[in-house]
Design a protein around this ligand. Sequence first.
Ligand SMILES: CC(C)(COP(=O)(O)OP(=O)(O)OC[C@H]1O[C@@H](n2cnc3c(N)ncnc32)[C@H](O)[C@@H]1OP(=O)(O)O)[C@@H](O)C(=O)NCCC(=O)NCCS
Length: 450
Amino acid sequence: MTSTVLVRAKDTARRPVLRRGLAAGIEVVPGTAGDHPAAQLFLSSVFPESSSVDFQSQLDDPSYEPSDRLLIKHRQNVAAHLRLIGREMRFGAATLPVSCVTDNGTLPEFRGRGYASALLEAAECKMYQDGAVLGLLRTSEPAFYRRRGWIVCGRHSYSTIGCHQMLAEWQPQETQPTGMPGPARPPALHIRYLRRVELAAIIRLHQTHVRQAYGAYVRNDACWRWLLNRRGFDRIYVAIEGAPEIELDGTFSAIVGYAAARNARLVELVLASRRPDTVQRLLTRFCSDAIEQDLRQVRVDLPPDHPVHAALLASGGTYCRQELDRGQAFMVKVLDPARLVRGLHAEFLARLGADKQFMHRELGFVVGDGQWILDITPHGSRLEAGRVRRTFVRCSGAQFWQMLLGHLDVRQAVQDGLMSVSNRLALESACTLLPPLPLWFPPLDDLPAT
Ligand SMILES: CC(C)(COP(=O)(O)OP(=O)(O)OC[C@H]1O[C@@H](n2cnc3c(N)ncnc32)[C@H](O)[C@@H]1OP(=O)(O)O)[C@@H](O)C(=O)NCCC(=O)NCCS
């Protein structure tokens, strides 16, 4: 084999070459529908966990275009492959256009020639051109991406607990009626599987939930239908207040929470705030079903600030919140810093508690040899190169983006001597403007189809 990728004349004529890469002759081309069989063959040999069902579900994704695949071809075959998924991510008061990198791989016989690097470089250009401000990925090769300017951002966050242990602590206790008049009881809560016609209730609950989230993806109706069809989960439970029958008026207002599970893993839990006992009922039902399936332990994936983690810990469970879990890390690359900061404007105003009196706030950053000013006015937020004044933070480039995305606790990092501030005002400003956040990427959108 030579190290040159041969792109057939016909291919070259029909589609643009996205990148002539690191080593001479490497050409990255966008995929077409005609590449699907070769791409599927490639994925099954490089990613053994991939399946034909999952490949079909990629094609069924309403946002999918064959050109979302970037390829390096060797004759008829795909030698290296990467796929992009365009999404909108909620970030507190802001909604950010992002792009997720997935299935980046090279056939073993072509590794070490710069193929994956060339694909990633082409992907970053395409994501930027498509309007994404951030690239996101989850990888078992963080060192590879770190060397290409990606930074770790976002942590795994889940609790585990023995099923019997949890049921012993969480099972609702029946109270004996005393005969005395007590406070009015809330309507009974029923837990059962979701019925497809009730999808609108799930969409409504999720929409309310993502308004407060950092890292959750916005899902439109078409996306929800796709998620339901692809079945990255085994079952979705719903909690219904009052009668468990389907509401004929189509509002499904009695559905006050849902939980999506895959085997022993609860992958999504969304609750309407008005019934605090919903979480207990959904989790005990999930746990009882796990016992029926001979599972001994369950895992509950939720954002780091979710109160269920503390409750499970108090019941004898364990909590994992770390950057690296089983070798896997979440990483980001800021593709368009100016647009990212502009896009975060509503969030900055919310953090400053900005009222009508608010005029202006700025903070300087010394990042390596560069100096930057984060400038916030009632009309917009900007990040511009410029000489810092007396109040500034000195940090690395990675730390700057981690701070901006709420991954890094500034106060802790200064205390630990990992970064420095010029004065007390700089520390207080940085803590107000760039607080640590419960940034968390929910698993349901990316679990392989079953
Ligand atoms: C990780 C993986 C994608 C790398 O693919 P690759 O095509 O070998 O990657 P590259 O050739 O671009 O880079 C690999 C190394 O070879 C080096 N390299 C790049 N061009 C080269 C060239 N022309 N000649 C020799 N070496 C070269 C790179 O410097 C790189 O080393 P570095 O990371 O220390 O810089 C590949 O090993 C793989 O498919 N693994 C299995 C799937 C996987 O784990 N994917 C990542 C999860 S998202």
